[in-house]
Design a protein around this ligand. Structure first.
Ligand code: ADP
Ligand code: ZN
Length: 435
């Protein structure tokens, strides 16, 4: 079984990677300048010419692109090639507002599939595996991305898409799936459903899961690993850069290797745009080095994370990104305090609750309210009001310690919170309705 999908590039020396990046960026900037009027105008406004970019060190001279630019340029404004050269369109899941569309040539699809194939091999996948792809197929990138990667690796690919959990389980068992790919929240739901159907974790043949597309905590990882009896790997990506597979976790499970031969990553201060030194926490910015149809330069992801170049025991040399600590627009500001849903998830799982929760924020008499609904397992459920209240108070205290403000916790009966088959809806912010 091979450990790497493309060993030469995945374990290339720093100098080799830089040489590839430097060569690609010169060509890519020229390609964008010649073909994408929207970006040419931004470069002209900044007084930057393609000749000014001779290496990746010069990338910092280029203007940024943001989600607002993508919406402005919708649908064709950032297209880097004639539409007749494109073979595919995908769209963001619209978690945070209007969707954006991205285009792919066959070359773009191929390199994206390579990235996903690297992720699958890093999770232990090889041609003998049965890979169940339970990310949504369609405009969302998850299904098609992992599907393409799985076929490249040579796995027997089960294109299940998300949903229809009973059928997922039936095929998983009957066809002996060894790898499953879906959102972490859906993985948790599948684990829960398996247990309810009377299966033990050892009853399935799964060995690994590749989960991403939404934030999830280490606590959630442990809980999924236990419920499915697998090792759970993180995968990161966004439609704007192609989809999942921009970065993926190896067996070290300490951050995700960014495919640096295709994507150049920077960390910037989200307020000033200044590039921060290695190891700093800030907003992740990607420059696609060789995409043809949707060649975004300096795209601001709004995901907050840290990059490290510490030597990885897996032998891969590409830079690692930490789990995004929530995106800047996931962050809730409640009574002036910054709160990330992941902090609440950490408390819940540490205290022995399930990852089935929902956060509701509202504004009453000009003051923000924070309510957390937490679902109980049947064995945690009690008819005795005082007992539940005691548990609620204990959780409120634990959460206040973690986030700095006190929420109101409501324990709710088993199965009362809607399960997610794709990206989970963790937050309902009713304040937006009043604005
Ligand atoms: P949308 O912006 O509508 O959600 P996408 O489906 O393209 O569109 O989602 C990309 C975003 O999903 C990323 O910018 C990031 O915030 C989030 N994401 C993707 N993978 C992960 C991951 N492994 N961990 C945390 N967040 C992730
Ligand atoms: Zn590694």
């Amino acid at each position: 079984m091979s450990r790497y999908f493309q060993p030469e590039i995945e374990t290339a020396s720093r100098e080799e990677i830089l040489a590839i990046q430097n060569e690609k960026i010169v060509k890519q900037v020229k390609h964008v300048y010649e073909n994408v009027k929207y970006y040419r105008d931004l470069m002209d406004a900044k007084g930057v010419k393609p000749e000014d970019i001779q290496s990746v060190d010069d990338i910092k001279k280029l203007p940024f692109l943001s989600k607002a630019d993508l919406r402005d340029a919708y649908p064709y404004g950032l297209l880097g090639t004639d539409l007749k050269n494109c073979v595919r369109i995908h769209s963001t899941s619209g978690t945070t507002g209007k969707r954006v569309v991205a285009f792919y040539t066959q070359h773009d699809v191929d390199l994206w599939n390579d990235c996903c194939a690297r992720a699958i091999v890093a999770a232990g996948g090889s041609c003998g595996d049965v890979c169940q792809v339970a990310y949504g197929y369609g405009l969302f990138t998850g299904g098609f991305g992992l599907h393409g990667g799985s076929e490249k690796v040579g796995c027997l690919t089960l294109p299940m898409s998300s949903g229809n959990t009973e059928r997922q389980i039936q095929f998983m068992m009957d066809l002996g799936a060894t790898i499953i790919c879906c959102t972490p929240s859906y993985a948790a739901y599948i684990g829960e459903t398996l247990a309810e159907a009377g299966y033990k974790p050892s009853d399935n043949k799964l060995k690994a899961g590749i989960f991403g597309a939404e934030p999830w905590t280490e606590e959630m990882r442990r809980s999924i690993e236990q419920s499915l009896g697998i090792k759970a790997f993180d995968i990161y990506g966004l439609t704007e850069t192609s989809g999942p597979g921009v970065a993926f976790e190896c067996e070290a499970q300490t951050g995700m290797h960014i495919n640096e031969d295709h994507f150049y990553a920077e960390i910037i201060d989200p307020d000033t745009g200044e590039v921060l030194p290695e190891g700093s926490k800030g907003e992740l910015v990607f420059t696609s080095l060789d995409k043809e149809a949707f060649p975004l330069l300096r795209y601001r992801t709004r995901d907050i994370c840290v990059l490290t170049r510490e030597k990885c025991p897996c032998g891969r040399t590409h830079v690692k990104m930490s789990k995004p600590m929530g995106r800047s627009d996931d962050m809730l500001i409640i009574r002036g305090v910054n709160v990330f849903p992941s902090q609440i998830e950490t408390v819940l799982l540490n205290e022995g609750y399930t990852p089935n929760y929902q956060i509701e924020v509202d504004r009453v008499n000009n003051s923000d309210t924070l309510d957390v609904y937490v679902e109980l397992l049947p064995e945690q459920f009690s008819d005795i009001v005082a007992e539940n209240q005691k548990k609620e108070r204990a959780l409120e205290i634990a959460m206040r310690t973690m986030i700095g403000i006190g929420p109101k916790v409501h324990l709710v009966p088993p199965h009362s919170i809607t399960r997610s088959e794709g990206k989970a809806v963790r937050v309902i912010d009713k304040r937006k309705l009043h604005d």
